[in-house]
Design a protein around this ligand. Structure first.
Ligand code: ZN
Length: 306
């Protein structure tokens, strides 16, 4: 188990995490699904998954994220794989451990938990009791399988995300609140990424009550990260970070800005460090090259410290 990320954050240093595992699977030929996103890759493409994790580690990631963003029981059931819930999650975590062993690097392994609804349809959630039980089941299984921490990803409302964060907080591992937002219709205030009528302060303040170790602005467009970090820091005094969405294809059918080059991302990340971010990484669209560029930014920051 690696706890060096906690020591680094306590020292005010910058921790680098990985990029988009799902988008990297897609870039390397795996077809993502609306039912379980990248979740089924753990069943059919475990070796490819381990390769991707290893590439992120070699690029400088100090935390890698197991491919469990889309593996709650209700998602796997909607994809026809409900009976393989345990096996698919075991394989996802195993692929991350394989990559750590293959590289010999001192990296932490995170389990991802999201509130992705079946078919990306927010009307398709199971009833609240079943939904909450699914987050508890996944959080407990990930802890049992030996992950070092939990990343709660695409938290963007108070209702569904509240159930997931409560489940994560109950297992006793450190967990990160991954807040996902973007500019709303007015163009100058932030809303939940898929919740255009919900100011981002609403989920943020509700979810902070579950006491995360880190609040990371994630799956948020790069142009919204600076303001999102400000909003986070107005509400939260602990470590904050950013791992933005670089490629909105597949998650947003309307807005498709070009994917920033690694150097462009690194330049933005320098600003985010100045604004207080102490975790850097990438979400959808972030490749090992992006993570390499972020590692260099983090090293520069460490070098500048007295
Ligand atoms: Zn993403």
């Amino acid at each position: 188990m690696s706890a060096s990320w906690q020591r680094k954050l306590a020292d005010g240093r910058v921790v680098v995490i990985d990029g988009g595992t799902g988008s990297e699977l897609r870039r390397r030929g795996f077809r993502l699904s609306d039912d379980a996103w990248s979740g089924l890759a753990s069943a059919s493409h475990e070796h490819l998954l381990a390769e991707i994790h290893a590439d992120f580690i070699r690029a400088g990631a100090e935390i890698i994220t197991a491919n469990t963003f889309g593996t709650t029981r209700f998602l796997l059931e909607s994809a026809g794989y409900g009976s393989e819930f345990r096996a698919i999650n075991e394989r996802a975590v195993r692929a991350a451990f394989e990559a750590r062993d293959a590289t010999g690097a001192d990296v932490a392994i995170a389990g991802s938990i999201s509130c992705m609804p079946p078919g990306l349809d927010t009307g398709a959630y199971p009833d609240p009791v079943t939904e909450a039980a699914a987050y508890v089941e996944l959080a407990e299984l990930l802890a049992e399988l030996g992950v070092d921490l939990l990343l709660l990803e695409m938290m963007e409302d108070d209702e569904h995300s509240g159930r997931a964060c409560e489940a994560a907080a109950a297992v006793g591992l450190p967990w990160w609140l991954g807040l996902s937002c973007r500019f709303g219709r007015d163009g100058d205030s932030l809303v939940g990424f898929d919740f255009f009528d919900l100011p981002v302060e609403v989920p943020l303040q509700a979810l902070l009550k579950h006491e995360p170790a880190v609040v990371a602005v994630m799956h948020t467009p790069p142009d919204a990260v600076g303001l999102a970090l400000e909003v986070v820091q107005e509400n939260w005094k602990g470590p904050a970070g950013a791992y933005p969405v670089l490629d909105e294809n597949g998650t947003d059918k309307t807005a498709k800005p070009p994917i920033p080059a690694p150097g462009t991302l690194a330049s933005l990340a320098g600003d985010w460090i100045e604004a207080g971010a102490r975790v850097l990484g990438g979400c959808c669209g972030a490749t090992p090259d992006h993570i390499r560029a972020l590692r260099d930014v983090a090293h520069q920051h460490s070098g500048k410290r007295p």
